[in-house]
Design a protein around this ligand. Sequence first.
Ligand SMILES: C[S@@+](CC[C@H](N)C(=O)[O-])C[C@H]1O[C@@H](n2cnc3c(N)ncnc32)[C@H](O)[C@@H]1O
Length: 274
Amino acid sequence: MAGQAQVNGSYQPTPNQPVVARMYDWYLGGTHNSEADRVAAVDVQNALPDIKPIAIENRSFLRRAVRWLAKNGVNQFVDIGSGLPTAMNTHEAVLKVKPNARILYVDIEETVVREGNEIIRKAGWHEQVSMIRASALEPETIFNNPEARRIIDFDQPVAILLIALIHFFETAQYEPVLSFWQSKIVKGSAFVMTHCSGDFRTPEAVRATIDVYARTPTPIIFRSREECLKIMGGWELVDPGLSQPELWRMEELDEREEEPPISNIWWVAVGRLV
Ligand SMILES: C[S@@+](CC[C@H](N)C(=O)[O-])C[C@H]1O[C@@H](n2cnc3c(N)ncnc32)[C@H](O)[C@@H]1O
């Protein structure tokens, strides 16, 4: 199974190719997607009939994790592979808890970064929230980016978020990325991830999903619990450790948020650098 052959220069979807950023927008009920994205998204839905609840459950975990971190010493968030900053994304959850927090969104998909910055500017958040285009596979580009430096002080604790992203990378691709961040961020910093898994799904559903994503620039890799535990190897796991999302700190749900659906496809975790 091939992971992404991508850095910014080589991530070049053809005009009619579906891309995961906009397919994901469709899963979340958004309108920032094209006909090609919707066709591929429906094909995923045929393989995984609960793909919409799957995306909603993932976002709910993201919000609980960043709220918990904001209450526990982290004021800065680098959300890599963020997709659009809509549908109650990181900054909306964090800023309610910590109004002076700083959030940098990073995505490789140009259309999403353009629209994302427009959304941020129009809403008046641009002093403390921004979005840059970069590949997660080139972390030094993110670390040295002047706009990233305007938003984030890497001498202070920061949470690195790779949410629903590592499953687009081979092990040999994600390992150096995590080592890079561990060598650059200070103690007390954090790493948050979610990863899709076939542990509770049929091989047929997994295969059919893999086949759809093979049509996009981002082929997908399902990993087992053991493999996901390995990803978290260099981090001290926050309770309850690597878990299914419904077991991860439900008390962090905002009073206006509904209980998320349970989809049995995610492994999720928050780790601290100690
Ligand atoms: C499944 S969406 C997840 C969105 C968001 N993190 C969430 O979980 O709600 C994956 C996102 O990662 C982006 N992406 C894929 N490969 C990437 C890469 N190498 N570097 C940065 N972003 C990437 C896609 O463009 C897309 O927006």
